[in-house]
Write a protein that binds this ligand. Sequence first.
Ligand code: HEC
Length: 490
Amino acid sequence: MSCQSCNRQPHDYVTEVIDHVKLDDSFLEIATVADSLQVPWGMTFFDDKILFTEIIGNVKQLDLSTGQVSTLLRVPDVFTRTTPGLLDIVVQKGVKDNPYVIINYTAKENDRIISKLVRYTYQKDTLINPVDLLTVKGAKGHNGARLMLDSKNMLYWATGDVADNTEAQDSTTLNGKILRMTINGEIPPDNPIPNSFVYAWGFRNMQGLTIDDRGNIFTSEHGDAIEDEINLIKPLNNYGWPAIEGMHDTPDEIEIAKHSSRTKPIWSWTPVVAPAGLAYYGESDIPEWKNTLLLVTLKSQSLRVLHLDDKNQQVKREQVYFSKKYGRMRSVLVTPNGDIYLSTSNRDWNPQPGFPLPTDDRILRLRKTTETPDNYLKEDVVETESKEHKGKQLYTSFCASCHKEDGLGVKGTFPPLKNAARVEDSNAFIDLLLNGSKGRDTINGVFYEQDMASFSFLNDEELAAIINYVKTAFGDGEQISDDHVKKKRK
Ligand code: HEC
């Protein structure tokens, strides 16, 4: 009797292909590679296996050549509740036998919640020899956290602010920070603050941390109510929380950033998407996504593909996939062969309508296929930009060259917009943008020689967005409608 499955190639164990998705040219197949899990929070790759955590305290491994899932460790002292629990995991790089495996989880010390970083050694399908590397404050919420090893096995830990607004701006504490240490938990001599783990500060609650092939480090961070962030992490930079959230766009934020150096995010979302796992995609296997950051989200239940510029310093554009299709997603991993793995988080404390499915939680694999499927998913058309965000972007493109990002203008050349007469007077403001201003003008006793061009080439909606942004950021905050512009245009 012939036995087809007996001859299977190691990598082609039977997986259930559940969907296809079309990119510009390529088709990807989406397959379930593991199911019935309990919030697979962190994933890491080692030796044709995915090692992953479950929030309830299990470290498991998925053998990519057989599809077998087995348990490596039950963390004895994990404390789980809503968001605390066993969080992230990383494996030492470049070591084939018995590498270190580092995990982060919340535990209890008497009545106090703590957040522990513990190193184990991988041996024969189990984890042995736990060594405590570092312990920081934990809390019922905002524990972060993500772990990352760079190519030299330097360990980075993105810690949460434990919902305490005094942490992020205190460079002497270890919460609301990116911490950097050796794989033995020691402070490296080249850390930016001597004898301190602190590498960067001013963070709220990060659940994404990744590094590109040039050594740029990126994080994703949950904002409070209005702005989620992607940050490019540089040593000793201060990212502003809690005084600054997201872009520097309110008068208070602009004022703070003027007096002390604060680093802006390279991308932000209003309304919030609840960003979680983040992975750099540098492979050529899926050419449309080469040089992107892949972000999975909880609230918006989607995969977001953030295309980077040539220098990997800015996000150029965002694409959204799978909105609400697989529910909340917590973790994303790119393996050396260019496959992408996503984990769902539908059995966590906050499942969305329609979830969890009986098979949740799942680990899904995305892989390019040469077949042309009959049915497939496409990029989601979503209103990714709020009006507020759009107004700010238009202001940056069309106005900031003269009036400057902080609205203060250039003394004697371009007038300030802060409390300006024609910012307060909506009709005059609309007229100015529709008609421009020709002829010399004296404003508040200062003579301006130059004219201001008309912006009537922008549509009603765009002009209203700019005006509303300027009024919010620099003026009385009063808002106008698209219709108001339309009426004045006639
Ligand atoms: C090339 C430079 C330049 C650009 C770009 C520019 N402006 Fe101006 N703007 C000026 C100058 C010069 C004046 C003052 C002279 C005048 O009013 O004729 C002015 C005046 C203003 C005033 C009046 C201030 C007051 O005190 O009454 C407002 C409001 C204003 N600009 C808003 C904008 C907005 C919004 C944009 C973008 C859509 C913009 N400007 C783009 C140069 C510029």
